[in-house]
Design a binder for this molecule. Structure first.
Ligand code: PXG
Length: 442
């Protein structure tokens, strides 16, 4: 890469950065100018170990050759094809590949460009499905406290992260929330699935009793809540949600934007937990984060209910200019091929016990009040500084970065999710750098 390309512009004010402290960042900007496999290169030439797969998306590691070549080739061959009433082969081929990975009976894929759009799409499919089968009174959507389902209006309505909601008016009407499943007094320092809290799924019964099942269209949850700081479902919890939804004719949506494509050491969290939802939302790992793309994967019964009217009619009034975009489809096909050739989902499963032990060795490190893990996901929760929530974790983020490690923080929680190509030596490096970091911050 030429130096001119990577020179830091001397005016950073025009770019209003997402989910960032713009003013503080721009005083001390940190920029990546390159990446390969497990590392980023910074503009000042430092290597930074990627402990977070970018933003939970680069599951195969950075700048992987199959993906790079596929995109280059696609850009020269078919850059764009209209998405409505027309198609191109790779969008269909990719849907077939996704369906092969999906739980049995979920054989249809609706393309989006992000996790947020996958969520909106899933909620709209759920509402339209209920109407289509003569259950038009089912208009309520149920989410969960501390849930993250992206940033669009449907997603923040069913989501439960307060700062993401409170500035934006009344949101969607007719939404209710189940309680979150974080029970630190009972489950702290659990390795893998927590023992306590499956009964929290029964709160859904309470919500059904309050509103009546005939008014509820769908329930949406992250199988493992990621953004809010890695909340792992208690043993048996997801199955209970499934049973309650089935009993009451409520559609169950698993938001697998983070948990899909190998993060759990399985294809989807649905496989990991042996619980099949009615719709799965995905994005991130679908294209290794390289080109924006998401997908809602839909159970046959739901899809088929739309395919009943006159054939010349559009069946579902929804879609995006870039649904199934050729560049994104090429990136996704090459990503899925990389996962397969390198058995990366299996690799993640094999590494998970080592990951677990390494993370839990931080139990006695300074400030640590909880360690949680599942698959190749981890969280280290820190005791907040009194009266200054998030400050300690943000110091840890900065200090770790200076030591050449990228972590992600949310609240006072350090969240970890390395690319699935991480080595045991790199897992040790992540843990060692975090231990050092915690011993050096206030
Ligand atoms: N659902 C879930 C479960 C997610 O985790 C989205 C939807 C939205 O995806 P898009 O592609 O619209 O951003 C997400 C995204 C973090 C972090 O550090 C998490 C996400 C995005 C950025 C940062 O926890 N999750």
């Amino acid at each position: 890469m030429s130096e001119t390309n990577n020179a830091i512009p001397n005016d950073l004010s025009a770019f209003w950065m997402p989910f960032s402290n713009n003013r503080q960042y721009k005083k001390n900007p940190r920029m990546f100018v390159g990446a390969k496999d497990m590392h980023f290169t910074t503009s000042d030439g430092k290597q930074v170990l990627d402990g977070t797969a970018g933003l939970w998306c680069v599951n195969a590691g950075h700048c992987r050759p199959l993906i790079t070549e596929a995109i280059q080739k696609q850009a020269a061959e078919l850059d764009y094809a209209p998405a409505f009433q027309l198609g191109h082969p790779k969008a269909f081929e990719l849907a077939n590949r996704i369906v092969e990975l999906s739980p049995d009976g979920m054989d249809h894929v609706f393309y989006t460009n992000s996790g947020s759009e996958s969520v909106e799409t899933a909620l709209k499919i759920a509402l339209a499905y209920q109407k289509t089968i003569g259950q038009g009174s089912r208009t309520r959507l149920i989410g969960r406290e501390r849930g993250y389902h992206g940033v669009n209006f449907g997603g923040i309505s069913v989501g439960g992260i307060v700062p993401n909601r409170k500035m934006f008016g009344t949101l969607l009407a007719g939404v209710d929330h189940m309680p979150h499943t974080h029970l630190p007094e009972l489950n702290s320092f659990t390795k893998g699935e927590p023992q306590h809290g499956a009964n929290l799924a029964d709160e859904l019964e309470r919500i059904v009793a309050l509103h009546d099942a005939s008014t509820i269209a769908a329930v949406i949850v992250e199988p493992v809540a990621g953004s809010t700081g890695v909340l792992i479902p208690p043993k048996g919890y997801l199955q209970r949600l499934r049973d309650i939804c089935t009993k009451h004719g409520i559609i169950l949506i698993f938001d697998e934007v983070i948990t899909g494509f190998g993060r759990m050491g399985s294809k989807f969290a649905a496989d990991y937990y042996g619980v099949t939802p009615d719709i799965i939302t995905t994005a991130k790992g679908l294209t290794n984060g390289v080109i924006p793309m998401g997908a809602a994967i839909v159970k046959n019964e739901i899809h088929d209910a739309f395919m009943t009217g006159p054939e010349e009619m559009i069946e579902f009034f929804h879609g995006y200019t870039y649904s199934g975009n050729p560049m994104a489809a090429a990136a996704a096909l090459a990503t899925l091929e990389t996962y397969k050739q390198e058995s990366l989902f299996e690799r993640a499963a094999e590494l998970a016990p080592y990951w677990q032990d390494a993370l839990h060795s931080l139990k006695d490190a300074q400030y640590v009040i909880d360690v949680r893990n599942i698959g190749l996901i981890g969280a280290i929760e820190l005791e907040p500084i009194a009266g200054k929530p998030t400050k300690r974790a943000f110091s840890a983020f900065n200090k770790a970065f200076d030591k050449g490690l990228l972590v992600r923080t949310t609240g006072d929680i350090i969240a970890l999710s390395p690319p699935l190509i991480v080595s045991k030596g790199q897992i040790d490096e992540i843990v060692d750098k975090i231990r050092e970091t915690l011993s050096e911050i206030d």
